[in-house]
Design a protein around this ligand. Structure first.
Ligand code: SIN
Ligand code: FE2
Length: 210
């Protein structure tokens, strides 16, 4: 799972798989669609419930958007900054999420939420579980674009050992079933220059929130 081992398909554990390059051919239409949405609902650094500003800049597309502030984490149908619904999930992204989920063994995945995470060098995401969704049957599908990153894939408990998985532009991670509530995070992004995204990494996390 590390370093130069770039097998197109690798099982991380039961229910969790990395599909390397799965989104590569569609990266440009996906990026274009997401950036269109960001013109409407822009990126923002949200506050943790403890009041700290996250290093990752976020927005959403889809019927439901994940937000964090002093009141906690939750899904909302309108962008609190604009009062308007979140932009739609770009068709190319929806399709990639569905085909990746199916390939990983989760047929008929219908995401209704896509969190857009944008990292600059030094930005990171600490270990957490995705547990604000109502439907734990549906998997999480996570598309990486731009600068490479080290995805930290942990266990059922925060203290469990963590696997370090290199994720590059076009890679898709899927986790669900017995792996649905795994702790995960992103190590600090290293400086770099990506042809499409410059010194940024974009992650698109598709979920079924409701
Ligand atoms: C997340 O867990 O929300 C983000 C993971 C990633 O950036 O790959
Ligand atoms: Fe997450």
């Amino acid at each position: 799972m590390h370093g130069k081992d770039r097998k197109p398909l690798a099982v991380i554990e039961e229910g969790a798989m990395i599909l390397r390059g799965w989104a590569l051919a569609d990266a440009e239409p996906i990026l274009f669609g997401v950036e269109q949405g960001l013109l409407q609902s822009g990126l923002r650094q949200m506050l943790t419930p403890g009041g700290k500003k996250m290093s990752v800049a976020m927005s959403n597309c889809g019927a439901w958007g994940w937000v964090s502030d002093r009141r906690g984490y939750r899904y909302v149908s309108k962008d609190p900054e604009t009062g308007q619904p979140w932009p739609e999930i770009p068709a190319a992204l929806f399709r990639i999420a569905q085909t990746a989920a199916a390939k990983a063994g989760f047929a008929h995945f219908i995401p209704d939420a896509c969190l857009v995470n944008v990292y600059v060098p030094g930005a990171r995401m600490s270990l957490h579980q995705d547990k604000d969704e109502q439907d734990m049957e549906a998997p999480i599908v996570s598309v990486s674009l731009g600068l490479p990153a080290t995805f930290l894939f942990g266990g059922a408990e925060r203290r469990d050992p963590v696997k370090r998985i290199d994720v590059e532009h076009g890679d898709v991670l899927v986790w669900g079933g017995p792996a649905r509530l795994r702790y995960h995070g992103i190590a600090p992004i290293k400086m770099g220059d990506h042809p499409l995204l410059g010194a940024r990494r974009m992650n698109l996390t598709l979920r079924k929130a409701r």
